[in-house]
Design a protein around this ligand. Structure first.
Ligand SMILES: Nc1ncnc2c1ncn2[C@@H]1O[C@H](COP(=O)(O)OP(=O)(O)OP(=O)(O)O)[C@@H](O)[C@H]1O
Ligand SMILES: [Mg+2]
Length: 294
């Protein structure tokens, strides 16, 4: 019997019923997935929040206690008969602590401004090579004290990009400071800058440090998120360096990608679009992050 192109009315109604059951199942599954990811996000946010409060009070109290304690000693220098060298030493400690406090406060103001969408950046032609070299040089002394070497390879044909020199320096500084901070003595950091396929610039910053598990990378990129924050706080910080770097890179139309392996090291790739690019960097423009995953 010929039933026509769309079958009998009975088979049509069965098909309709089946389609509606299937549609309901898909909707239920989607709702479950959305609920699950909302729960995971809320759990992560609440974990990060409580760690933030513990961490933040440490980050603010430590320098403030230094300022209060040593300025009190300075005020009593005559009664205590302090030698000049000690007075200078205390003044330097107060200055360092106040500088650290200012940078923590600046980071908090930066991230809240970025999150409110009110952050703007300059767009001028800049030399990534110059900015990168200045950032690396500013870490020479710290790296020496930490017994970590910093090597650099900068391509001769690096194109000029458009961006904000101060913010680009902040990006490299934040990533480099992590590389030094999380690399034990005797370790090595490697900085490479190369021309990307799209005519932009890719900067790779690798370290042979403590690394992270792949699932910890999203925590590291969350504001105030620190991996192993509950454990002994052998490393200072507020957990804002990476999220600020990520936001600033994205404001440049660029991308950040992190690959890391526990006890092997971390590789951070920063892709910045070319001067003439009208569209942001595509994920495919990032080279394979080699050493960590091989
Ligand atoms: N190169 C790295 N190697 C291993 N872990 C890293 C590395 N970079 C970042 N992390 C992990 O990611 C976390 C977040 O990094 P981020 O720079 O945002 O914060 P921080 O360095 O702890 O503090 P801040 O930068 O605000 O002073 C770090 O606490 C650390 O656990
Ligand atoms: Mg940091």
């Amino acid at each position: 019997m010929y039933t026509g192109a769309f079958g009998t009315s009975k088979s049509n109604s069965l098909m309709n019923e089946y389609a509606s059951l299937l549609g309901d199942a898909v909707l239920r599954h989607r709702a479950r997935v959305a609920e699950q990811s909302a729960r995971i996000e809320a759990e992560l946010a609440s974990k990060v929040k409580s760690e933030f409060i513990a961490n933040m009070s440490h980050e603010l109290r430590t320098p403030l206690n230094t300022v209060i304690g040593f300025s009190k000693l300075l005020a009593e220098h005559q009664r205590r008969n302090l030698p000049d060298a000690e007075i200078v030493e205390y003044a330097v400690l107060i200055n360092d602590a106040a500088g650290h406090l200012l940078s923590v406060i600046n980071d908090i103001l930066d991230i809240s401004k970025i999150q409110s969408g009110k952050y703007t950046i300059d767009s001028r032609e800049v030399s990534i090579e110059e900015i990168l070299i200045a950032s690396i040089n500013s870490f020479r002394l710290i790296a020496k004290e930490a017994d970590v070497t910093i090597g650099k390879t900068i391509a001769y044909d690096l194109p000029v990009v458009r961006g904000d020199a101060v913010k680009l320096r902040q990006i490299f500084t934040n990533v480099l400071s992590n590389a030094i901070k999380f690399t034990p003595r005797g370790g090595a950091i490697d900085v490479e800058a190369l021309r990307a396929h799209d005519g932009g610039v890719t900067v790779l910053i690798r370290d042979s440090g403590v690394g992270m598990n792949p699932e910890d990378i999203s925590v590291a990129l969350t504001p105030f998120g620190q991996v192993d924050a509950g454990k002994a706080r052998w490393r200072e910080g507020t957990g804002l360096g990476l999220p600020i770097a990520k936001a600033l890179i994205e404001l440049h139309g660029g991308l950040i990608e992190i690959r890391s392996r526990k006890d092997v090291g971390t590789e951070v790739a920063i892709a910045l679009p070319s001067r003439n690019s009208v569209s942001p960097v595509d994920h495919h423009d990032l080279p394979d992050l080699r050493s960590i995953n091989s």
